[in-house]
Write a protein that binds this ligand. Sequence first.
Ligand code: GLN
Length: 483
Amino acid sequence: MHTKTISALSALLQAKQVSATELANLYLKRIHASPLNAFLDVNDELTLKQAADADAKLAAGNAGPLTGVPIAHKDIFVTKGWRTTAGSKMLANYVSPFDATVVAKLNDAGMVNLGKLNCDEFAMGSANENSAFGPVKNPWDLSAVPGGSSGGSAAAVAARLAPAATATDTGGSIRQPASFCGVTGIKPTYGRVSRYGMIAYASSLDQGGIIAQDAKDCALLLGAIAGFDEKDSTSMDRPVDDYMADLDKPLEGLRIGLPKEYFGDGLSAEVEGPIREAIKVFEKLGATTVEISLKNTDLCIPAYYVIAPAEASSNLSRYDGVRYGFRAEHYTDIQDMYRKSRSQGFGDEVQRRILVGTYVLSHGYYDAYYIQAQRVRRLIANDYKEAFKQCDIIMGPVAPTVAWNLGDRVDDPVANYLSDIFTISTNLAGLPGMSIPCGFGQGEHAKRPVGLQLTGSWFAEAKLLNAANRFQQVTDWHQKAPE
Ligand code: GLN
């Protein structure tokens, strides 16, 4: 039962072959027995209460397709009644008085919350090792990182501790952990999903999305969370496509763009192999390929590490120990209280980014760094605009390597930053992207998954989901699960 997809579980619930309570108990048991550290808050009582409500709706015959289906939430989404920590000591005991819009929408659809998922502190990281509550282990290989920052979401879905999870992506945090854990993830167009109640990291880049077993489940859940929200001024007032409608459409004539910058020296052979094989599968399905150029690829990391810390330094200024969050115990005056609360409450990586962000925004440096980075951002978006004249979907690797070993890069922030080279430009341009499993590494990495990245034009989520679903109809990488 625990290996089933959301769509399969939905059918079983509707047919009364299983109850929401039975499902909740089954997953809770797996969660309690798991050694992965994927969950930060588990609360059987709250979960079973939601399951009982779902069972009542199912019995009364007024259930929707998601009623009673379990899901878990990245600990970046605030949840009423549950702890929401953002992976930080700063919010270790924080309980939100309201639900994030994404959470509220899934609650309204009748979904049952299995708990809160571990992540990098304030979503800053690529390995989930920046969590104040310890790293998550990769279920495929316990000595490997799960990727980040949505490491808990990807690991939980891969280990079948939850059939799907919410996640967020600022520079790759849905696609890269999905790739490292062999699951399917979608990061929608910026503005497609409400950021209300999603704890802010870099507001012009953050976007919520879904990690699930396959593209069909991503389509089902994205349809449930997407849409305009008057509480988020950057959410788009534009109708939501029916993501399920075109899932099976043939791919004849689909033009796939292969950025030449993504297949250069930096790409490991064990990743390139499965990526090339996956592209052949798309060709068999009727697609054609064309080489394209994203010529500013080497500028995306420098631009991102100016813009994201700048926005983070501003967003995180609210954690001052006054209204909520951690407050240092001993201090002399208010300045001392701010300083100690922030030094003790935030981890090293978060403090590093606040320092960088404050620096690039300061008088005299603003033009040289921040404005310059914004100009580069425009160039990157223009590259995509040009590319989408030649192709419908861009494909390539999600990351240059498979998951690395836990501990290997904890003292090397730059190595972590560089691993996002293929995902960050999508966020800078605000585009939708997916990661789908397409193979494994080699030798001692034979159990470390490889993900194929699909990038679409603005609001082309349905096209990405269609391509991903067709691929998954003729391959079985997405059905493989760790022991
Ligand atoms: N790894 C990137 C960072 O540390 C992206 C994280 C994310 O997408 N939340 O900022």
